[in-house]
Design a protein around this ligand. Structure first.
Ligand code: NAD
Ligand code: UGA
Length: 474
């Protein structure tokens, strides 16, 4: 029976996942570890390092009872019966597979640490998203360093939570996937992990399979989801050119029960730390397996996402009379989706960089992303730091109204609920005219904004048609 769990990696997955395990399994001691002092300090404070609706309450309930956060990785490993590896697996930025393959150095470091300090047998669970057969590498590292009397079973147990709804996803998952070795010891380890989840998840939702199927299922699930967004975004481009409306088309498609309505919201492109990384992972895997047609198929999902972001950024410049140099533009939302403070691969970064390169001054507002993070994202990520001056061109605002004052346009990048309830008349009055609003999330009423006087441009809609119609109607 598992009585003590250690988790290596206290990020968006390790922290919330283990908090929910601690909540639902009061008989198990859960110790979440990280090499980052500041992250652990934050987990032990009133200001958690991850913003997730409902997370504060869960942590408050369990912290100090059976949930602990520490940088003392070694002690936690030694004490644990079962160890989750929840470290980051970003895309490689160097060497073979650069820009495609997963960088597995953190996984390997965690594996080596376990091998080095463990004095008793452990179940080691891959929770991070990894390439197919990564468990084999972990196994090899562990086996090559095993002390007498110590043995390891490596399981795959990928995580399917989405940021912003993590607690709900963890409490009510569609399924739990557990992959293990098809041996007696492997099956026994799988059963022990099943027992943890059975504390709150119905047995029929816990799917067991071989390790490689489990690893590939995680990558494939993300690839399918990303593919759906690229598919609807490709149709949004056709809508903008023809006068079809993407919301109507998505509804028409989604009512087919074989297709279903979810994940059909056209947007300024998908972001987040995983979709791009995991699709690229499949591209790399396919290339390595000499399956170029498969690689090309999945790569197109990324190409379409890049196209969508660039298309939107260009549309902004074009509509603002082909120049944004010296113009002030308010950016509403910087996180990659609502209800998270995470900005990894956020489409807002790409849009902002495009506008900065064109010489615009940006007034950025996001309810959850700290100013420092916005500045880091606009300054340091990939290659084009010197083309513009973030210090001079970017102002980070604490509310949307002040962000909009004396701007030529608003660019809505993240679908935060609070943007629905703003006083757009007040905002309009504070802007230069003509006042433009570019809705990258198709969340605001075009008609209402037009009545106020805004020139509105929305993803998936040929706006001029609506404006002409309104003029004719009037
Ligand atoms: P993250 O970057 O937020 O957290 C990873 C943490 O691991 C960091 O705090 C880092 O300091 C720590 N770490 C790295 N190496 C370590 C080591 N050797 N010892 C101790 N700590 C170490 O990443 P994340 O978003 O939590 O993602 C983790 C994994 O889960 C990734 O593989 C990701 O693909 C996958 N995943 C993420 C999500 C999500 O919504 N973010 C959802 C499902 C799966
Ligand atoms: C995604 C998956 O949904 C999770 O199941 C998975 O566990 C996770 O990746 C992961 O492996 O990291 P996440 O990236 O947190 O979760 O958030 P999503 O809700 O999937 O949104 C991803 C991006 O797609 C966001 O930028 C979102 O705005 C965009 N999106 C989503 C759309 O543009 N349209 C949609 O219809 C849905």
């Amino acid at each position: 029976m598992v009585l003590k769990i250690c988790c290596i990696g206290a990020g968006y997955v390790g922290g919330p996942t283990c908090s929910v395990i601690a909540l639902k399994c009061p008989d198990i001691k859960v110790v979440v570890t990280d090499k980052s002092e500041s992250r652990i300090q934050a987990w032990n404070s009133d200001r958690l390092p991850v913003y997730e609706p409902g997370l504060d309450e869960v942590v408050k309930q369990c912290r100090g009872r059976n949930l602990f956060f520490t940088t003392d990785v070694d002690t936690a490993i030694k004490e644990a019966d079962l160890i989750f590896i929840s470290v980051n697996t970003p895309t490689k930025t160097f060497g073979f597979g650069k820009g495609r393959a997963a960088d597995l150095r953190y996984i390997e470091a965690a594996g080596r640490r376990i091998a080095e300090v463990a004095k008793s047998s452990k179940i080691v669970v891959e929770k991070s998203t990894v390439p197919v057969r990564a468990a084999e590498s972990i196994n090899n590292i562990l086996k090559a360093n095993t002390k007498p009397g110590v043995s390891f079973q490596v399981l795959s147990n990928p995580e399917f939570l989405a940021e912003g709804s993590a607690i709900n996803d963890l409490l009510h998952p569609d399924r739990i996937l557990i992959g293990g070795e098809q041996t007696e010891e492997g099956r026994e380890a799988v059963q022990k992990l099943c027992c943890i989840y059975k504390h709150w998840i119905p047995e029929e939702k816990i799917l067991t399979m071989n390790t490689w199927s489990s690893e590939l299922t995680k990558l494939a699930a993300n690839a399918f989801l990303a593919q759906r967004i690229s598919a609807i975004n490709s149709i949004s481009a056709i809508c903008e050119a023809t006068g079809a409306d993407i919301t109507e088309v998505a509804h028409g498609i989604g009512t087919d029960s074989r297709i279903g309505p979810k994940f059909l919201t056209a947007s300024v492109g998908f972001g987040g730390s995983c979709f791009q990384k995991d699709v690229l992972n499949i591209v790399y895997l396919s290339e390595c397996l000499n399956l170029p047609a498969v690689a090309a198929f999945w790569h197109q999902v990324i190409e379409m996402n890049n196209f969508q972001r660039t298309r939107f950024a260009r549309r902004i410049t074009e509509k603002l009379f082909n120049t944004v140099a010296g113009k002030n533009i308010a950016v509403f939302g910087f996180a990659f989706k609502k209800d998270t403070g995470d900005t990894r691969e956020s489409p807002a970064i790409y849009i902002c960089k495009h506008l900065l390169e064109e010489g615009a001054n940006l007034h950025v507002y996001d309810p959850k992303v700290p100013e420092q993070q916005i500045r880091i994202d606009l300054t340091y990520s990939e290659g084009i730091e010197d083309c513009f001056k973030v210090d001079q061109q970017v102002t980070v605002c604490t509310d949307p109204y002040s962000a909009a004052v004396n701007t030529h346009a608003i660019v809505l990048c993240t679908e935060w609920d609070e943007f629905l309830g703003l006083d757009y008349k007040k905002i309009y009055d504070s802007m230069f005219k003509p006042a433009f609003l570019f809705d990258g999330r198709k969340m605001l009423s075009i008609e209402n904004l037009q009545k106020i006087g805004f020139h509105v441009e929305t993803i998936g809609v040929k706006t001029s048609r609506i404006q002409n119609r309104n003029v004719a109607d009037a």
